[in-house]
Design a protein around this ligand. Structure first.
Ligand SMILES: [Zn+2]
Length: 292
């Protein structure tokens, strides 16, 4: 918790052009991390503008620019998530396995993805239990989550649920609607974002901080769950994994602070709805060949 706050403060201070205060709890690693995030953001914006003359133009040209801005925003979201959780996990087996599990989900639900692509990444942080989806298709899980859940099928369930949020546009929706310091809504800031404008950078930092803690609504959870159940089955995983991992997290939350249920609300009603959906699809029981 303290680390994530320090990271946010470091990022905000750099965004304002100030050096972090000496002797504070902001560690060198976090400062370097924040610098990399800001540096990467500037690079991405310049590369996404490469070969373009100015920002004018309507019609399809304007549409292309909007798509570039949306893609660049997705990249900022991904970098913000990485900065909070210590970047990529160094364990190669974990990195390769999350890739394989995600690959099975993608293969199994290809016709529902509308051409969208997904990347799966294990994050370093060993304490936080969380998972995130970025609008650009990056799906993240913390090392702490993997350590605490039962197995990779449960990880598959959480990854599939994040894919559901991404496909339904839930993150983008919330960020588009959020009020921002530069006036108007997140959508205006994303469309006009200039990484060399200090006011824009501060407003974007705040918007990304908001994203990190904004909970999804029960309706959004239900929509993401519906996709997750289908993607699990498509990937030859048992859909029961979704019920199992959410029940586990709900139980854990009774005795410890877990980040995940704060953003993805879990209650008995949601668990019952998942059970009912599985029973409806498999009235004679879930086939044994599905990986449970
Ligand atoms: Zn969710």
């Amino acid at each position: 918790m303290a680390d994530s706050r320090a990271a946010r403060e470091a990022a905000a201070k750099f965004a304002n052009g100030n050096a972090p205060p000496g002797g504070s709890r902001v560690s060198g690693v976090l400062v370097v991390g924040a610098l990399i995030v800001i540096g990467a953001a500037v690079l991405i914006y310049y590369s996404s503008r490469g070969g373009r003359g100015g920002t004018g133009g309507g019609g399809s040209d304007g549409g292309q620019l909007a798509a570039e801005k949306a893609a660049a925003f997705g990249q900022l979201v991904s970098d913000r998530i990485r900065a909070q959780y210590g970047g990529a996990h160094p364990n190669r087996i974990a990195a390769r396995t999350i890739d394989e599990v995600g690959g099975r989900l993608v293969e199994g639900s290809r016709e529902k993805l509308g051409g969208r692509t997904f990347e799966f990444e294990m994050l370093l942080n060993g304490d936080a239990l969380d998972a995130y989806g970025s609008p650009n298709g990056d799906v993240f899980m913390t090392g702490g989550m993997l350590k605490n859940i039962t197995n990779w099928r449960d990880a598959a369930a959480l990854l599939a649920h994040e894919m559901g949020h991404i496909l339904a546009g839930h993150v983008q929706e919330a960020m588009n609607a959020a009020p921002v310091a530069t006036g108007g809504r997140g959508a205006d800031l994303i469309a006009n974002y200039d990484p060399l404008n200090a006011a824009h950078v501060t407003a974007m930092t705040n918007l990304l901080n908001t994203f990190m803690k904004t909970p999804f609504t029960p309706a959004q959870e239900a929509e993401a769950d519906r996709f997750a159940l289908e993607a699990l089955t498509g990937g030859r995983y048992s859909p029961q994994a979704l019920h199992r991992v959410l029940a586990l997290l709900l139980e854990m939350r009774k005795t410890q602070m877990i980040a995940y249920p704060g953003r993805h609300p879990i209650d008995e009603e949601r668990l019952k709805r998942i059970e009912a959906a599985i029973a409806e699809k498999y009235p004679d029981g879930v086939p044994e060949e599905l990986d449970f």
